[in-house]
Design a protein around this ligand. Structure first.
Ligand code: CCH
Length: 289
């Protein structure tokens, strides 16, 4: 009767802090890479969002089109099936959340839980039903290229030089995998801690060119610790006057980096999302004190 109708109309709203807590709970895994799946979740959130094109207003995290071929098969997305699969138990626990909201929230959660700044986040992404709105291959940056290419790709999304450098600091987290990108190793020695060490490493260490044995890819390694690396695109950025100015700023001030990263990561995750305007903005409480 009336009671049942009332009940079915009264859909329980999602408590996104609960979703955040559930993701925080699955980050640690001592059998995976450096002990956390956080870094690959940040990469998932970024690759879902970084397909945005500000001219045609296509791409971005709305739709979560990376679930479908051909986008799932784009070379840049190698290894991200792992990240998507790891989030399936969360999707099952909170079936009302869209994949786009889930992936971006997971990126926010990983940054915060690994010691980074609070990132404002709001829901509103709607899932595409098929791969028709998959973006064409080639929208994400190619690490073998130089500063010109990096600018082309990020200007297309609507970012400026300072924002590009602030976003790159996410490479404080995680590592390259020869079977995913051809590159190998983390950017500094603490890949599960979100800090400004990436900028200090890039600015202050002596980087020497080296070929990755398994893949033949060219990368740069620290002369004093060849386990850590930089991509050709990053060495090109270091050698660019305008980019290096911002690298220096963030190497000198972790506080400034955190402040700017929070804004620009939020902007990245919201590119192309059709918000209604009345969504609540969440500032998630970290589970760690
Ligand atoms: Fe990145 N990134 N990224 N990246 N990335 C890789 C891994 C991570 C580039 C290339 C690569 C951003 C920008 C760029 C992460 C976050 C961000 C890898 C290794 C390559 C190559 C993939 C592998 O082998 O597993 C290039 C080029 C650019 C810009 O020009 C931005 C922006 C972000 C986020 C804000 C994270 C995190 C990882 C580590 C993933 C992991 O599995 O550990």
């Amino acid at each position: 009767g009336a009671k049942t109708t009332e009940k079915s109309l009264d859909k329980k709203p999602i408590d996104y802090q609960e979703v955040y807590n559930a993701i925080a709970d699955i980050l640690e895994d001592n059998d995976y890479d450096d002990g956390s799946i956080g870094p690959v979740l940040v990469r998932l959130a970024w690759h879902a969002s970084g397909t945005y094109d500000d001219v045609t207003k296509t791409g971005g995290s709305n739709g979560a089109t990376m679930r479908f071929d051909p986008e799932a098969l784009h070379g840049a997305n190698n290894g991200l099936a792992i990240a998507r699969e790891r989030l399936m138990p969360i999707k099952q626990k909170f079936p009302e959340i869209s994949y786009g909201d889930l992936w971006t929230l997971a990126g926010v959660c990983a940054v915060q839980e690994l010691g980074g700044p609070t990132i404002p986040w709001r829901p509103g992404r709607q899932d595409a039903l098929d791969g028709k709105s998959c973006t064409p291959d080639g929208r994400l940056p190619d690490a073998t290229q130089g500063e010109r290419h990096v600018r082309d790709v990020f200007y297309r999304m609507g970012f400026n030089d300072q924002e590009i450098v602030a976003l790159a600091g996410a490479h404080s987290l995680g590592r390259c995998h020869p079977d995913r990108s051809g590159f190998e190793g983390p950017w500094q020695e603490a890949p599960t801690l979100f800090t400004n060490e990436y900028y200090k490493a890039l600015r202050d260490r002596k980087w020497i060119k080296k070929t990755v044995k398994d893949s033949g890819a060219s990368q740069f390694v620290d002369k004093n610790n060849p386990e850590v690396m930089m991509l050709p695109a990053e060495i090109a950025m270091k050698n660019d006057k305008e980019f290096s100015k911002h690298i220096n700023t963030y190497a000198n001030s972790e506080e400034k980096f955190f402040e700017d990263f929070s804004k620009v990561f939020n902007k990245l995750l919201e590119l192309g999302v059709p918000f209604q305007g009345n969504e609540r903005v969440y500032h998630f409480k970290p589970t760690t004190a």
